[in-house]
Design a protein around this ligand. Structure first.
Ligand code: MN
Length: 497
């Protein structure tokens, strides 16, 4: 039984890859499947499935986005460094340096953890507590900084989605932490990359584990209403279809319920009153051109009266993550309120897949609508995106260094410290506490003793060994990079002499 379901996954992956990879690349993917199977042989997931089903699921998700061969291979190998005796050297020899870099970066990301102590009020979301929101935002930045390459983030997100899909097999406490991390860190990062579909998937999978009661209540409240709405909207859709047909506009029209977690957040803002949620189910109209978007808007407004202040033109003014669409809310048949979202196919791809939309529609690579800008710390991202004209360029641009002048390192307890690039263990020590700096006898970086002048790297775990009788030395001044460390060393030397 087990091997059949695994065979199915393998075939699914190969079928997907066959659609867009050449024979040579496909052969590499097949080799990686065998390699992954061999490396994880005998290991089981908590679900009882063979372990290799997990990397296969992740790789399949990426192949659906037509990601490049090395990303698919790295997804297949993403847990080998951590969980098996496969060495970096072997990965490099078998699959090359690019794959190794991807796998190593994905492995490093598993250190990004949120801490229980950040949630002193239990269920509250961190955004309500500025101090915790800051820490979580640092973790999001760190995720991007450690990843260095957007493909790494995509592999990690695909990994997370499958982890969430099998989360019920893990112990309760672990479930909540993992789901929390997704809600607070991974889903927001997916959102900033414009990957609406993955963001919603991540949130809806994590939601019941983080807020079980709220999730149940919400479903009880909303499901009867959704059924009514669907029946009503079926009638509306056929009316809109006729309206557009008469006016010679080709369109795909469908409707989709707001996903659970965003409905939950919206209801919190609107006193739990479903009547105030106009986009509980929005009608989506997908047309061929921007001109058709505005024509469609005109036709809808001439048929039904729009609500004041509810027309949003994200085509002329895209959202920071590149989202484009026109939204309008009207008094529809029987006086009921309906939200319409009008966009082109391309805008739709962009809304669902963000950065990855490039791969899916790579045959039309130059016709993409460039993003205006990403959120502040993803600014460079859109600038480069505009300049990208070939797939090679695109891969190059994905290797971003958004935080060239900062590095993010961990304390052994998992707290993140944000330091200037080039910072050393001594800078780290003074950053944690003056006293720790002043009694710094030695340092371990990633578990190994490291000299004081070691340049710390993103994602390093730094541990300071304290010595009671240690005093700051004058030559430390030539090692440290930060002003905090320098001034404290000077002060200590002066007072000790
Ligand atoms: Mn994994």
């Amino acid at each position: 039984m087990e091997s059949t379901s695994q065979d199915k996954l393998e075939n699914q992956l190969i079928d997907l890859c066959q659609k867009y990879l050449n024979d040579r690349e496909l052969a590499r993917v097949k080799r990686a499947i065998e390699f992954s199977k061999k490396s994880h042989a005998g290991a089981l997931r908590k679900s009882g499935e063979s372990f290799v089903s997990h990397p296969l699921h992740a790789a399949i998700r990426l192949a659906k986005l037509k990601l490049d061969t090395n990303s698919i291979i790295a997804a297949l190998l993403h847990d080998t460094l951590e969980d098996t005796d496969v060495s970096p050297r072997i990965i490099k020899r078998e699959f090359g340096g690019d794959v190794l870099k991807l796998v190593e970066a994905v492995t490093k990301l598993s250190n990004i953890r949120i801490k229980k102590s950040w949630f002193p009020l239990g269920k509250t979301t961190v955004s309500k507590i500025p101090e915790f929101e800051r820490q979580v935002e640092t973790l999001r930045k760190m995720l991007v900084a450690v990843a260095k390459d957007i493909r790494v983030i995509l592999i990690k997100l695909a990994d997370k989605i499958h982890n969430l899909e099998t989360l019920n097999f893990l112990p309760a406490e672990k479930r909540e932490r993992i789901a929390r991390e997704v809600i607070e860190i991974y889903a927001p990062v997916a959102g900033r990359l414009g990957m609406g579909e993955w963001k919603e998937k991540l949130e809806d999978l994590a939601f019941p584990y983080v807020f079980p009661k709220e999730y149940d209540d919400l479903k009880k409240l909303a499901i009867p209403r959704l059924k009514d709405r669907e029946n009503y909207l079926k009638r509306i859709v056929s009316k809109v279809e006729k309206l557009l047909e008469t006016n010679k506009i080709k369109a795909e029209i469908n409707f989709r319920a707001k996903h659970w977690y965003s409905l939950y957040k919206k209801l919190l803002k609107y006193d739990n009153d479903l009547d105030k949620i106009y986009d509980l189910i929005a009608v989506r109209i997908i047309v061929d051109s921007i001109e058709d978007c505005y024509n469609t808007l005109g036709l809808i407004h001439s048929r039904w009266r729009p609500l004041v202040g509810r027309i949003k033109d994200y085509i002329a003014l895209p959202k920071p993550n590149g989202y484009q669409s026109i939204h309008t809310t009207v008094f529809c048949e029987e006086g009921k309120i309906v939200e319409f979202q009008i966009r082109t196919k391309q805008m739709h791809q962009q809304a669902e897949f963000g950065v990855a939309a490039h791969w899916i529609y790579s045959e039309k690579k130059n016709s993409r609508i460039p993003n205006k800008n990403e959120t502040k710390w993803l600014n460079d991202f859109s600038k480069i995106q505009k300049a990208v004209t070939s797939p090679e360029d695109f891969i190059k641009f994905l290797k971003l260094d958004l935080f060239q002048d900062r590095i993010f390192v961990f304390t052994p307890q998992g707290d993140v410290k944000d330091l200037p690039a080039g910072a050393t263990p001594l800078d780290f020590a003074y950053h944690v506490h003056t006293d720790i700096g002043n009694h710094c006898a030695g340092a371990k970086v990633n578990g190994k003793i490291a000299p004081f002048d070691t340049k710390l790297q993103n994602g390093d775990i730094v541990e300071i060994i304290k010595g009671k009788n240690v005093k700051p030395k004058a030559d430390w001044l030539s090692i440290v990079k930060t002003e905090v460390a320098r001034s404290n060393i000077k002060k200590a030397i002066k007072s000790n002499l």
